[in-house]
Write a protein that binds this ligand. Structure first.
Ligand code: ADP
Ligand code: MG
Length: 462
């Protein structure tokens, strides 16, 4: 048990400090213009940087909601241009006069308040993801109707387990359930990753009692992306107990995952069977009809929100729906681009304009995999892939290996242990060492910097 905990704690605490916040702020100013910048973005400060996400401070809830609903995508795009591995931003509300203090040092607060405070701030329900703006279609019909049923008749379908691929609306549904229930229940809405974060933090502080109390108190417990617990033994253990005691006291549990319980890998059987013990519902890829409905609804929302008229003709809407992939998040991303383009050029778009814009989008959203990185790096250094992955430690092999590990960490969303496994079953500490070494060398050594940049552009070109 101890060993596991230690492994995980290394894994979650990958703090990094490579961003220069002033530079990011400058880019905000350029991208958003002075007015938006000085009224909103200038007030955002950086609290903490991890390799794949940032915690930013904002002064009020209203401020946070405003930024999230209007600028979050673009903000993320900007910070990603400084650091590719970032894929998420979390906001913490810090009153202005407290912003300069290190909020992680507020120890006067009792421990439970600290847990509560941070969980509430990180995991607040998003008012924009509700049942009203969730569009029904053949692919999500069942998931939607049971999500609503759970709100009317708690603990009848328990747990409700919603599964489906990326960007198909799982988080949206979970959030909608939370919003619907929050007035009359003690709702806890948390991602499995966050759950783990608090779990590890409590272990480190020797404060498991409060952790248990806190999570077991909720009457509606909603946990997002449960697949994250894969391979994390002690987390599964804890989750299993939390799950059981919530069920015992009749709390409703709602879970989302990218796959069905039986397909979860490296998850204890007893937990899988618990997870599938209620009702499992799927969300499938949207059909054309649903995609078109979503596009129209989004256009309507934007028109209402910004009081502007957006004219995309049926032909163009059809084209976007047909061409975009099966992921609704991407569909909305494409639509936003098209709208931004038509705003800037102030014209009715035709299909060929859209083709150009889409081409651009697809080029940007290239998937970079560990395999691809290994191939490109071994080619670049002219060594055989098998040698690069071998146990030999001579520098001409070890350096490229480390570079490949470094890029795998920076350019994919794989975790350190996963990357280790892909490199002939190495330990995650080897990967950490590689990432640190190459980060340092790429700052000190021009040759290294040049190589890394070349490899990165090869990867992005392919
Ligand atoms: P997941 O959690 O399954 O990866 P999300 O819930 O984050 O996906 O959905 C991705 C995006 O698509 C969100 O902006 C969400 O609001 C939107 N979305 C997904 N399904 C629908 C739907 N049926 N109606 C409206 N918006 C949707
Ligand atoms: Mg999600």
């Amino acid at each position: 048990m101890d060993k596991n905990i230690k492994k995980q704690s290394v894994y979650i605490s990958e703090e990094e400090n490579t961003l220069r916040w002033e530079e990011v702020q400058n880019s905000f100013k350029k991208t958003f213009g002075n007015e938006i910048y000085s009224s909103w973005l200038q007030k955002i400060t950086l609290i903490k940087e991890f390799n794949d996400y940032l915690i930013l401070a904002v002064p009020t809830r209203f401020f946070r909601d405003w930024i999230v609903s209007r600028y979050l995508d673009k903000i993320l795009e900007q910070v990603k241009s400084f650091k590719l591995s970032l894929n998420r931003i979390e906001f913490k509300i810090v009153e202005e006069n407290k912003q300069n203090q290190d909020i992680f040092k507020i120890n006067e607060l009792s421990r439970i308040t600290e847990i509560k405070d941070s969980i509430l701030n990180y995991n607040r329900l998003n008012p924009n993801l509700n049942f009203n703006n969730f569009i029904q279609g053949k692919s999500n019909d069942i998931a939607l109707s049971y999500s609503k049923k759970v709100c009317e008749q708690t603990a009848r379908y328990n747990p409700l387990y919603i599964c489906g691929g990326v960007g198909l609306g799982k988080t949206h549904l979970l959030n909608a359930i939370g919003l619907e229930m929050q007035n009359e229940n003690n709702v806890m809405f948390i991602s499995a990753e966050r759950f783990m974060y608090h779990f590890i933090k409590s272990i480190k502080k020797n404060d498991m009692v409060n952790f248990k109390d806190f999570f077991r108190k909720s009457s509606i417990f909603i946990i997002d992306d449960i697949q994250f617990i894969s391979g994390k033994e002690s987390l599964q253990e804890e989750f299993f107990h939390t799950f059981n005691s919530l069920m015992d006291k009749g709390s409703q549990i709602i879970i989302s995952s990218d796959r069905s319980p039986s397909k979860l890998e490296r998850v204890q059987d007893r937990l899988k069977s618990r997870l599938s013990g209620g009702l499992v519902v799927d969300i499938d890829a949207p059909d054309l009809e649903l995609k078109i409905k979503i596009i129209k609804k989004k256009i309507e929302e934007i028109q209402n929100q910004f009081k502007e008229s957006i004219s995309l003709n049926e032909e163009v809407i059809n084209f976007i729906a047909t061409e975009s992939k099966t992921n609704i998040r991407e569909l909305i991303g494409v639509l936003n681009r098209v709208i931004a383009f038509s705003r800037v050029h102030n014209k009715q778009l035709n299909i060929s304009d859209c083709k150009n814009i889409l081409k651009d989008v697809f080029n940007q959203s290239k998937v970079i995999t560990v395999d691809k990185i290994q191939n490109v790096v071994s080619n670049f250094f002219n060594i055989a892939l098998s040698e690069m992955l071998s146990q030999r430690r001579s520098r001409p092999l070890a350096r490229p290996r480390q570079i490949a590990m470094y890029l795998a960490k920076k350019m994919t969303t794989r975790s350190l242990p996963e990357i280790g496994r892909r490199f002939a079953n190495r330990d995650h500490t080897t990967v950490i060492h590689a990432v640190k070494t190459i980060s340092r060398l790429s700052e000190q050594d021009d040759e290294m910097k040049k190589n890394i940049n070349q490899i990165k552009s090869l990867l992005l070109e392919q």
